[in-house]
Unconditional design. Structure first.
Ligand code: BGC
Length: 809
């Protein structure tokens, strides 16, 4: 019925209209065609919430980062979060959420690591499928991204991911395949990078074998393939293959160029029709042909049910890395808690880049821990800054002043004036067409005697003066690419010390380039940062250590920050920023009840991990940060997390330590051995292995038995003192075969009371046995013996069953 309707509508559309539909009207909106009852459709980023598309950023529920979601290994919980996403999309009048990300955490330094679920294809595919089903059941579309090989950020819009066909099938395409076949997403995003599978090397937006052949052909994907933003570089090549929609708009390589190409016979009209058919199918699915306009976008994310789910999800996702003296959960009668660390005061709740959302609030660890321990004295100590840059100028030295902003045209005439009050992000948007340069002027009124540090950080061509002296100047023009490079969010600045003996005015004048070559990229950016004279990092560490000495329990929150984890760059190393390792060691020396909480999305090295009594991996926990940590510390919620990636002990051991392209190529030379498989292949010992997580109980495993052709059942007993959840993991090995040493084949969880036993059945999908036969281009199960090992993690395997496959298939 609906396909017939789509054909009827399609038949009514002249070629101009059909082609017009295939490029966005704006950065986030598609064209409407009222004459056929098609309203404008809106897409909006994920995967941490729904960002919304208005300039006045509205609040949105801010979820724990996807790796935290995957750490739950809990499809039902992921579905709860998916339903929150769908509600957020409705609140932002978005028809499609640009999530989930099912690229793999191939290297721990990858900038968007936190946006991905896991280093493992099976776990990623499972989590993504649960998410997609839950979102779309509410009538909101998802866009699974970034198809494919988009696993790092260095040269991200141009690198060629060279992936051999078998690794491509068994590893990088695998989560896409599972989610497309089982979750049936309505949109897939083609990545920025190119893919070389040994047969075809072309940009992901025009990869015929992958888009037309695999995704739409083999897997039967019937939705829309959209390009990543600004990713489409060609007219004919991209239009002839599987790409359906170019974003953002207006402009871009299709529009009138595509119309001409169709008229000139370079792109067949039936290719256009197929794309429009898919767009109309999407419109029908999201209700854009129903005649009902979406409601106005609104603030959201703080209704009690959402808050409760987000709090519990972040607590459950937390991974217990160590709990030597059963320090955790903390006893309710402790008297003095010293809460320490820059991330304790200002938790890093989400990574940077397109996933960024404005949360309705961020629950403070200090307030929530104080609430959870009402009889204790809880004090907070930063223990030194961990940031490279100074803080943004705020009220203190500013004395109620403002930023005077003048927009100048190329002739130097002022075409617009505005003011901003502190703290101000430094970004000037909604520029008039004539904008060429933006002049920002502000006056500091520092009063405290001593050296005040002032840092001014512009993007692009600029001239900056502080206190009458030129601080920095450059003629280097920033192009539209800066929007794709998140370092523009923390531009490098130049710092100067201004000596204050008595209060006086210090003038800052910055003239910066307006970056305006297109509707999607239209801004000027200059950050003014300032730091009062104050205690040094060493002084702050000493103060924190003194507080720890006096306390019954020291809770040290270490972690990364928005200068560290973001879209747009890969990390140069795996170290914690600043002197956090020092801080932990010195606190642990004076307090033998020290709990270290790691607030990071991607692995960081924890050289003291086995020297402290307790350690938790707390992820990028989202808006309910404080409450989730309090619940874990009190034990109100069990931290049930199991690592969805491997935590290295030493940087030198990491199997894929970086993804720096060589001559533009990222060679996926490790083949099938991604993540934990690589650690197993190389026989290296990580700090904590894939699948690791202690929880708050202990478990006894009985002998596994085979209970179906592809099912294993294992008896487990909760031998601890509290109700708890166990994730039983099953790994396959195939001695003598050309396979990874072992690979995750299935998992199942159980939650039982203390002393209770349960039989946990783990189903292993057929695909786990199959391997891709490169020469025949088909999946096969080789005959032979398979060993299915079950246990608590990839390296804590408790028993196994042998499964013999007599004849190959
Ligand atoms: C990112 C995508 C995102 C898009 C729109 C791109 O730079 O790679 O993940 O959906 O921008 O913001």
């Amino acid at each position: 019925m609906s396909e017939e309707r789509i054909e009827r509508l399609l038949a009514r559309l002249p070629l101009e209209d059909r082609v017009r539909l295939l490029t966005g009207e704006t950065a986030w909106k598609l064209y409407a065609l009222p004459e056929i009852g098609l309203r404008q459709m809106t897409v909006s980023d994920g995967p941490i919430g729904v960002r919304g598309v208005t300039e006045q950023r509205l609040s949105s529920a801010q979820l724990p980062a996807p790796s935290a979601m995957a750490a739950t290994w809990d499809a039902e919980l992921i579905a709860d979060l998916g339903r929150i996403m769908a509600a957020e999309a409705v609140a932002k009048a978005a028809d499609v959420v640009l999530a989930p990300v099912v690229n793999l955490q191939r290297t721990p330094v990858a900038g968007r690591h936190f946006e991905c679920f896991s280093e493992d294809p099976l776990l990623s595919g499972r989590m993504a499928t649960a998410f997609v089903e839950a979102v779309q059941a509410e009538g909101v579309g998802v866009c699974v991204k970034h198809f494919v090989g988009n696993d790092s950020e260095t040269e991200r819009t141009s690198y060629v991911a060279r992936i051999a066909p078998r690794a491509l099938r068994e590893v990088y395409l695998a989560p896409f395949e599972q989610v497309v076949r089982d979750g049936k997403p309505w949109m897939v995003m083609a990545a920025y990078n190119a893919v070389d599978d040994g047969v075809e090397s072309s940009p992901a937006t025009e990869h015929d074998r992958l888009l037309a052949g695999v995704l739409k052909g083999e897997w039967g994907f019937d939705g829309v393939v959209v390009s990543d933003w600004l990713a489409t570089k060609s007219t004919v090549e991209s239009a002839r293959t599987g790409l359906d929609l170019v974003m953002p708009g207006p402009g871009g390589p299709w529009r009138e160029h595509l119309l001409a190409a169709v008229r000139g016979g370079e792109v067949p009209e039936k290719a256009i029709d197929e794309k429009v058919r898919r767009l109309l199918r999407l419109a029908e699915r999201v209700g854009a042909l129903d005649g009902t306009p979406p409601a106005a976008p609104r603030n959201s994310g703080d209704d009690p049910a959402t808050v409760a789910t987000l709090r519990s999800a972040a607590a459950r996702a937390t991974v217990v890395l160590r709990n030597e003296t059963s320090l955790l959960p903390l006893r309710p009668d402790i008297q003095r808690i010293a809460l320490i660390g820059a991330n304790a005061l200002d938790p890093f709740v989400q990574g940077g880049g397109s996933a960024h959302v404005v949360p309705p609030h961020v629950a403070s660890p200090l307030a929530e821990i104080a609430r959870a321990f009402p009889d204790a004295e809880v004090t907070a100590h930063r223990g030194g800054t961990t940031r490279r840059h100074l803080p943004l100028l705020d009220g203190g030295a500013f004395d109620g002043g403002a930023f005077e902003i003048e927009v100048l045209d190329a002739a130097g005439s002022v075409v617009q004036r505005r003011t901003e009050s502190a703290p101000w992000s430094g970004r000037v948007t909604e520029l008039p067409d004539a904008a060429d340069t933006v002049r920002v002027r502000t006056t500091l009124r520092p009063t405290a005697p001593g050296d005040h540090l002032v840092e001014v950080a512009p993007v692009g061509r600029h001239h900056v003066s502080v206190d009458g002296r030129t601080l920095s100047e450059s003629e280097r023009i920033a192009g539209p690419e800066v929007v794709l490079d998140s370092s523009a969010n923390h531009p490098e600045g130049v710092t100067t010390a201004v000596e204050i003996t008595e209060p006086r005015d210090v003038e800052v004048i910055a003239e910066v380039q307006a970056v305006t070559p297109g509707s999607f990229v239209r801004f000027a950016h200059v950050e003014v940062r300032h730091q009062e004279p104050g205690p040094s990092v060493e002084d702050e560490i000493a103060e924190a250590v003194a507080a720890a000495r006096r306390a019954d329990v020291a809770v040290v929150v270490v972690g990364t920050n928005d200068e560290t984890e973001s879209e747009g760059w890969d990390r140069p190393h795996l170290d914690l920023p600043g002197r956090q390792n020092d801080l932990v060691r010195r606190v642990a020396e004076v307090n033998d009840r020290t709990v270290v909480v790691v607030n990071a999305g991607a692995p960081v090295l924890l050289p003291w991990l086995d020297e402290v009594p307790a350690a938790l991996w707390w992820w990028l926990p989202g808006q309910e940060a404080g409450g989730s940590l309090a619940d874990v510390l009190t034990g109100a919620v069990e931290p049930t997390g199991r690592l969805p990636w491997t935590l290295p002990a030493r940087a030198a051991d990491v199997p894929v330590p970086h993804a720096i392209p060589v001559d533009g190529v990222v060679d996926y030379a490790e083949g099938l051995d991604v993540g934990h498989r690589g650690w197993d292949r190389l026989g290296r010992v990580p700090a904590r292995e894939f699948g690791f997580g202690l929880g708050y109980s202990t478990w006894q495993y009985g002998d596994a038995v085979q209970t179906g052709p592809r099912q294993v059942t294992v008896p487990v007993v909760n031998t601890g003192a509290r109700r708890a959840r166990e994730v039983v993991q099953a790994y396959l090995t195939a001695p003598g075969q050309d396979r990874p040493v072992r690979w995750l084949a299935g998992f199942a969880a159980v939650e039982v009371d203390p002393g209770a036993a349960a039989a946990v059945a783990v189903d292993v999908p057929q695909r786990a046995f199959e391997m891709w036969d490169e020469s025949a281009g088909i999946w096969r199960i080789p005959a032979g013996e398979y060993i299915l090992q079950v246990g608590r993690s990839s390296r804590d395997l408790r028993s196994s069953v042998r499964i013999t496959v007599e004849t190959a298939s």
